[in-house]
Design a protein. Structure first.
Length: 347
């Protein structure tokens, strides 16, 4: 195995060896007896949320293990019940910790479970469909040598993917397609985002019902913290989704997003927003098209994937309208919501 600047040395958590691990946070105590998070010997914790156990998961883990060598980093793959699949992955990647939640969960819930189990001074979040660039870990640690509490990276795409995955890519990641200069943004891509542990400790209430990055980043900005977008921290979207799977997930994600925002709204404003749902997909499409055309990359792929992209945007908008109409109750089944998403796209 190729070794890099950091490493991991963890026993794989196979079925029967990890009872409740996803729900058990690790805490240390200082001399005063006050509990605090993290293990100072672990510099970087990488939390990979896995729902589908697709071929891209092995690519993701191979890319990470090539950069992380003993004993200053850890990789945690968090999933719902995986059975034999997790057992096989544990044998192939024996130094990675596999954590299984009792029931199938959304990406934000999986991230929350991973954060609770992570020990690193820096916590990185990603999903199984993202494969890190060869210098991803090095660039992450270089970035966190500065004071910024949260640093998000760029997300490019494997050009050999099919049109459904191109539509998924434009739908989720157009704002973070390289090239772009380092800059401070109002939101960062949850699927390639890194945080100082200290910044997460003060956000436990926000994270408690799932790490929804848009709401986490809003809370950070309200505290006066700045969010850095750094294109040198690069991952590649490697797919793959079917049209039906992603369409259904977009609807559920839009519904939950609206339901969560509705917690802070009265009935009148909530119903007004519900009535505006036909325009949401048009606004989103305009913003995505503008980004693609401005950057000058992938224009032909964008045009080819446009009908599929439009269907995903309509799914989100319909779900959002329904979520506003029903109010907070629409988010009660959020754990069925599916893959992670850049929620901030619609703002």
């Amino acid at each position: 195995m190729t070794t890099g600047i950091f490493g991991y040395c963890l026993k794989a958590s196979l079925p029967g060896h990890n009872t409740g691990g996803a729900l058990r946070a690790r805490a240390c105590s200082d001399e005063s007896g006050e509990k605090h998070w993290g293990d100072q010997t672990i510099e970087l914790s990488v939390v990979v949320a896995a729902q589908d156990f697709g071929s891209s998961l092995q690519k993701c883990l191979t890319g990470l293990t090539a950069q992380l060598a003993p004993a200053r980093a850890e990789i945690l793959v968090v999933s719902g019940p995986g059975g034999e699949v997790v057992s096989q992955l544990g044998k192939k990647f024996p130094s990675i910790q596999f954590i299984q939640t009792p029931v199938a969960s959304s990406i934000p819930r999986l991230w929350s479970a991973g954060i609770a189990a992570a020990r690193g001074r820096i916590v990185a979040l990603t999903i199984e469909q993202c494969v890190p660039a060869p210098d991803w870990a090095e660039q992450t640690l270089r970035g966190h040598a500065a004071e910024w509490p949260a640093i998000g990276g760029a997300i490019d795409i494997n050009p050999g993917l099919g049109l459904v995955d191109w539509a998924v890519y434009f739908c989720r990641y157009s704002r973070y397609t390289p090239p772009f200069p380092p800059e401070f943004l109002d939101d960062l891509p949850g699927d390639n985002c890194t945080y100082k542990r200290a910044a997460l400790e003060s956000l436990r209430e926000v994270i408690a019902d799932g790490f929804w990055e848009t709401f986490v980043h809003q809370a950070m900005r309200r505290k006066g913290e700045r969010l850095l977008s750094d294109p040198s921290i690069l991952v590649y979207y490697a797919g793959s989704f079917s049209w039906g799977t992603f369409f259904a997930r977009r609807f559920r994600q839009g519904r939950y997003f609206a339901a969560r925002r509705a917690r802070e709204m009265g009935t009148g404003p909530r119903l007004v927003r519900a009535g505006m749902f036909p325009f949401i997909s048009l606004v989103m499409l305009y913003r995505i098209a503008k980004r693609v055309w401005t950057k000058g990359r992938y224009r032909l792929k964008f045009l080819a994937a446009l009908p599929l992209l439009a269907s995903f945007l309509v799914a989100w908008a319909t779900g959002e309208g329904w979520g506003y109409f029903l109010g907070p109750a629409a988010g009660h089944d959020e754990d069925k919501a599916g893959a992670g998403v850049v929620l901030g796209e619609i703002r």
